[in-house]
Design a protein. Sequence first.
Length: 225
Amino acid sequence: MTHTITIGTIATPVIGYKGQRVCTTQQLAELYGCTEKNLSVNFENNRNRFEEGKHFIKLQNDDLKEFKNQPNIVGLVAKRAAHLILWTERGAARHAKMLETDQAWDVFEQMEDSYFAQMLTRAPVVDGHERSTKHDRLPLYHFAIDTVVKHHLMFNKVYTLLNLFAGSYCFKDMSKEQTAEVADFCDRFALGQDTRNDWQRITSNQAKLHGTPPQLDMVEKLLFS
């Protein structure tokens, strides 16, 4: 059964891909009160303003086939579609800005609070002991960049923080399972739902990796000093 959420007066299906909420062009058009062609033309005319992986995800071939086969996706994607564009929160914001209508902005604000802000339950990690790939680690880089911009921090400090949570010296050393755990922590941190246990794990790993006594205030010193 497809999970839906109501935005304004429209019930729209909740779609997730690799741990983040995304939406289709059809969804955005219905919610923003425009046509799919309108969004597609804006995308093509401003292609340099959209970055793949950050603003949109393009699915094709095996990735598209796997996506279509998810139980909650059945009926939402045309069976013969050769490719599919999924819009991230940032992509949805880009489209709202380009449309410049009150409806688009009002809807996007609601989507921020009720659609994109809620975390997804991540799919079980397959072969979690294997070394992570660049694609596995991509959400971590996006989180680091967003945090640097939002909190005016140095990238190397956020990078170090995430490595400490994983218990690794660098992103490339993380296993698939570690990467997924760090991504969950990033979700909690971004939503203000991080816990004392999260910080305790970081300080404990600080002691294991670098031989320093675990101190909970170490995190504050690491980020803000």
